[in-house]
Design a binder for this molecule. Structure first.
Ligand code: SF4
Length: 263
């Protein structure tokens, strides 16, 4: 049950996302060809992360279906860096994610984190600093239900290990959990260390100008129509206006051709 409901528009989401006074809102999601600054698709959604991520998938699928265009890579912020979304991009769509990974596995207490263990993909086990193997558990999954696979070191290996105080000081052996879509997260991590990633992060800042333009010039900080359909209608009209403006600029100053990508 939502905390607050707008009597005039019950589908609007009560949000404090802008870090000042909360208000009722819809999220305006764009799929943008980042090189040309052209909006490829628009989707309104509830102003919560899960819905915005869902909207990005809808737009990718719809753009592919409508225009036969699929981006080679996608730039987005951390909200889109969950394992299931990276799995969708990498494994399902074959899109390179230029997206920061949501990763809570790093330990802050000075003991080894999961990254300190080496994953052997061929044998599906981890190897620790002492060269011991942490095999995959055949039993219960981790605390995140079906999404995490557990790997345990052997108690006999850890008992006399000189690194135990840095590894598993409060338990007889070490446990590592790995998301079922960890491979997709590894792809995003690898991309984050490339020069191309640095460039796309810079390019993305220019895209933010489109959203600033929405509020300051097109005055879309407040919607005139009610309901999800009204929001979609207004967002689409605003995107058309922005594209016309952009096309007018491009016709005066044609850019170099480049592979399509989106943010
Ligand atoms: S405590 Fe166990 S898992 Fe940790 S480094 Fe030593 S042998 Fe490996």
């Amino acid at each position: 049950m939502p905390k607050f409901v707008a009597p005039s528009d019950p589908a609007a989401q009560w949000t404090g996302a802008l870090r000042n006074a909360a208000f009722f809102a819809y999220a305006d999601n764009y799929l943008i060809d980042i090189k040309f600054g052209i909006i490829m698709d628009v989707e309104s959604s509830r102003a919560i992360r899960q819905s915005e991520v869902g909207a990005s998938r809808t737009m990718i699928e719809r753009t592919e279906k409508t225009f036969g265009i699929k981006p080679e890579w996608l730039v987005a912020d951390t909200a889109y860096g969950s394992a299931p979304n990276l799995h969708f991009l990498v494994d399902v769509k074959g899109i390179a994610p230029h997206i920061p990974v949501i990763d809570k596995s790093r330990r802050e207490d000075g003991t080894f984190s999961r990254d300190d263990f080496i994953y052997d993909e061929a044998r599906d086990h981890y190897v620790c600093f002492s060269g011991k193997i942490l095999p995959r558990s055949s039993g219960a999954r981790g605390p995140r239900g079906d999404h995490a696979i557990s790997y345990f070191s052997r108690v006999a290996d850890c008992r006399d290990c000189p690194l135990k105080s840095k590894c598993c000081p409060k338990s007889p052996s070490r446990k590592i959990t790995r998301h079922v879509h960890e491979a997709a997260r590894d792809v995003a991590r690898a991309i984050a260390n490339t020069p191309a990633y640095e460039q796309t992060r810079r390019d993305r800042k220019e895209v933010e100008m489109l959203f600033a333009h929405l509020k300051r010039i097109l005055r879309l900080g407040r919607l005139r129509l009610r309901g999800p359909a009204g929001a979609q209608f207004e967002f689409t009209l605003a995107a058309i206006a922005q594209n016309l403006r952009r096309l007018a600029k491009l016709s005066l100053q044609p850019p170099d051709t480049a592979a399509p990508c989106v943010a």
